[in-house]
Ligand binder design. Structure first.
Ligand SMILES: Cc1cc2nc3c(=O)[nH]c(=O)nc-3n(C[C@H](O)[C@H](O)[C@H](O)COP(=O)(O)OP(=O)(O)OC[C@H]3O[C@@H](n4cnc5c(N)ncnc54)[C@H](O)[C@@H]3O)c2cc1C
Ligand SMILES: NC(=O)c1ccc[n+]([C@@H]2O[C@H](COP(=O)([O-])OP(=O)(O)OC[C@H]3O[C@@H](n4cnc5c(N)ncnc54)[C@H](OP(=O)(O)O)[C@@H]3O)[C@@H](O)[C@H]2O)c1
Ligand SMILES: Cc1cc2nc3c(=O)[nH]c(=O)nc-3n(C[C@H](O)[C@H](O)[C@H](O)COP(=O)(O)O)c2cc1C
Length: 584
């Protein structure tokens, strides 16, 4: 079959529109009567991904599978440990890159990108490529890493096969369009020599595929629900234990549990009422097909948060001048402030009459994404079970009590015996050292303790001899000391070699985990010198950065190094896979 037509790059469309149109043409073409046979154009394609929570990895595997079905050679690899010199030997690469931090690469891809940005990076004249940039419009630096990567590759002489496409959390549609566009372009281009370059990216290790995954979650029974904080605490943190019995799901300590959440029925009812809808109106959703607006708002759509796209669609639909004013680029800060503590319900109450029908409302709303929780159990110690440690998000704003979708579903609407749709999200970069004698240092304030509870149970279950040091922090020791008895037991029996706590609100001035790291810096540095691996889990916005800074300071002070020397030391920790972060 000859190849599909596609929209040229100089046609007056945005990259996303062009990708969509090319995808559409490719779809039409594939349904057209067979064309006279010509030689199948086969290309050797490196499918590379930079992922933290697995989305771009999942999509990379998906596109690789389709490339193979079309007769191409496709090799999937993470950018973790990948070298620019290997890229320079490639002729064709499709790169899926998600953004973290302040527009940064995922931790695992940082060394690759640093090397690529080095003036000594190799030229990439041989390479044709395209980038799918994954991100979330709630963040200030939307898809920045993917966009920066795209620009850097071009600056190094590589040729764009198609402009970078950015995706919001609702990745499926832009991904399908990008994929169809690239498949059409690859079919157009003639075969290369077809042999893999010497430094070919290694195929990712095959993962034992489970019947259950994000698109086909397992209904896991809730067996245990325990409040970890005391009644008088200023927060509510829960321990949730699910049974995996009846499924073929398995996990390793360090993986995450994906949960398909449902919205609060009371909020859904308020939204329907404000929009003048009964709930029975039929609506169409991509993929799910026709359903009632009640079901769509309950299960499929994100209703608690606002995004620029949503405000833009709403403002244009109702010609709302106040909102249109906030949408001009100079007003970004004011728009952010407006969106920060409001949801769809606020748009509907502040500007009544804009929504004229159920489908119009549905078309404005993004898909409700699954929520991830670092698993707090070990499969070796808790066979057939998976545990999560959940901080419940509640706050009041604009005269409304509000809550996080999934965490309040756990707190308020899920009782023992309930079955919830879950799946396992692998997190291969967050694993205990293979050498069970190696020491580990774990830094996990708040719910950041979750994977470390799993790690400690795992080390205990396998009889690991390596020393374990945990830094834990919370607001108050009397009310928020998560898993206190368990940790104390582990200390008493010697599994937990050291336990240092930082209760931020037990004294007039704040004490955080990083203050303890500094306080015990000499010992911390000694552990590092003895080969300890460092793990950090919890809040990404401030904690992870402050802990990273403290680690540098400890190395400067106790390792007798200057700032540059400490950076190199930490880079070596990264490179030797002894510094791992799981932050959110
Ligand atoms: C890899 C990974 C691991 C994770 N592990 C854990 C874990 O072990 N335990 C855990 O509890 N969470 C964990 N999380 C976070 C978790 O996935 C959810 O994001 C969290 O539970 C909130 O989800 P929700 O649906 O309850 O809230 P959402 O409906 O997503 O609402 C949260 C949003 O509400 C808004 N908001 C919250 N507080 C306020 C406020 N005071 N004022 C205004 N707006 C506010 C913010 O926009 C915030 O983004 C992890 C996340 C990732 C990516
Ligand atoms: N909306 C909400 O109601 C709400 C409530 C809690 C958490 N969250 C969010 O939920 C996520 C997880 O929360 P969590 O329950 O695991 O706990 P957390 O909010 O991360 O707090 C755990 C401990 O970390 C301390 N902390 C605050 N800033 C820090 C920093 N820069 N460095 C080190 N420690 C710091 C906190 O102290 P202090 O709090 O005393 O400063 C507290 O003692 C976080 O992303 C957080 O932003 C939201
Ligand atoms: C802690 C955290 C920080 C993030 N920071 C950004 C950001 O700065 N810009 C952005 O566009 N997306 C950001 N995102 C969204 C992710 O890039 C997006 O969810 C992506 O689909 C994740 O892909 P992955 O699963 O392959 O890691 C962030 C997500 C998390 C959890």
């Amino acid at each position: 079959m000859s190849s599909a037509p596609y929209i040229p790059d100089n046609a007056p469309f945005t990259p996303a529109q062009r990708a969509w149109l090319n995808g559409f043409l490719a779809g039409m073409w594939s349904q057209a009567p067979a064309q006279p046979a010509t030689a199948v154009a086969s290309r050797d394609v490196a499918v590379l991904y930079a992922s933290q929570t697995g989305t771009s990895e999942r999509l990379a595997k998906k596109i690789a599978k389709e490339l193979k079905l079309k007769g191409h050679t496709a090799r999937v690899a993470s950018l973790e440990g990948y070298e620019p010199v290997a890229l320079a030997k490639e002729e064709c690469a499709l790169i899926l890159a998600s953004t973290y931090g302040e527009g940064d690469p995922p931790d695992a891809a940082r060394p690759f990108f640093d090397r690529l940005c080095n003036p000594a990076a190799p030229r990439l004249e041989k390479l044709s490529y395209s980038v799918l940039a994954l991100g979330d419009k709630h963040y200030e630096h939307f898809c920045k890493f993917g966009v920066d990567l795209d620009e850097r590759l071009s600056a190094l002489g590589a040729t764009r096969m198609a402009a970078a496409v950015t995706c919001d959390v609702d990745v499926d549609e832009p991904f399908e369009a990008w994929k169809a566009d690239l498949l059409a372009r690859l079919a157009q281009s003639s075969s290369s020599n077809g042999t893999a370059p010497a430094s070919a990216a290694k195929e990712a290790a095959p993962v034992a595929a489970s019947t259950y995954h994000r698109d086909n979650p397992f209904l896991a029974e809730l067996k245990e629900k325990r409040v970890l904080t005391q009644d008088v605490s200023s927060k509510l943190t829960l321990h949730m234990g699910f049974s995996l019995e009846g499924s073929d799901l398995s996990y390793d300590a360090g993986d995450a549990l994906g949960v398909i959440a449902k919205n609060d029925p009371a909020l859904v009812a308020d939204i329907l009422q404000c929009a003048g809808l009964s709930g029975d109106e039929k609506v169409e959703l991509p993929k799910t097909g026709p359903r009632s607006i009640l079901d769509a708002l309950s299960q499929d759509l994100q209703i608690t948060r606002l995004s620029r796209k949503l405000v833009d669609g709403f403002a244009k639909a109702g010609n709302v001048s106040v909102l249109l004013g906030l949408l001009v680029p100079e007003q970004q800060t004011h728009l952010d402030r407006y969106m920060y503590d409001r949801g769809v319900i606020d748009l509907l109450t502040e500007y009544p009459g804009v929504i004229a029908g159920a489908q119009q409302l549905v078309d404005l709303l993004p898909k409700l994404a699954p929520r991830l929780y670092s698993i707090s159990s070990s499969p070796k110690a808790h066979a057939g079970e998976v545990h999560a440690t959940v901080a419940v998000v509640r706050y009041r704003s604009h005269n409304r009590e509000r809550g996080g979708v999934c965490s309040t579903m756990f707190a308020d609407r899920t009782e023992i015996g309930a079955r919830l749709p879950v799946y396992i999200q692998q997190n291969k970069k967050f694993r205990l050292p293979a050498d069970t004698n190696a020491p580990v240092i774990m830094i996990g304030p708040g719910t950041g303790i979750a994977p470390f509870r799993g790690f400690l149970h795992e080390r205990c279950a396998v009889g690991a001899k390596g020393r374990n040091w945990l830094f834990f922090g919370e607001r108050s020791s009397a009310t928020d000391y998560l898993y206190r008895e368990e940790l104390e037991r582990m200390s008493a029996c010697g599994v937990l070699t050291r336990l240092d706590t930082a209760f931020s609100r037990d004294q007039a001035h704040k004490i955080y985990v990083q203050d303890r790291m500094i306080e015990f810096g000499a010992e911390l540095y000694a552990w590092l010198q003895q080969g300890a691996s460092v793990y950090v889990c919890g809040d990404a916005s401030r904690m992870a950065k402050d802990v990273d800074l403290a680690l540098h300071k400890v190395i400067e002070k106790h390792g007798g190094r200057d700032e540059e020397g400490a950076k190199e030391y930490v880079q070596d920790l990264h490179d030797s896979k002894r510094y791992h972060r799981d932050v959110y």
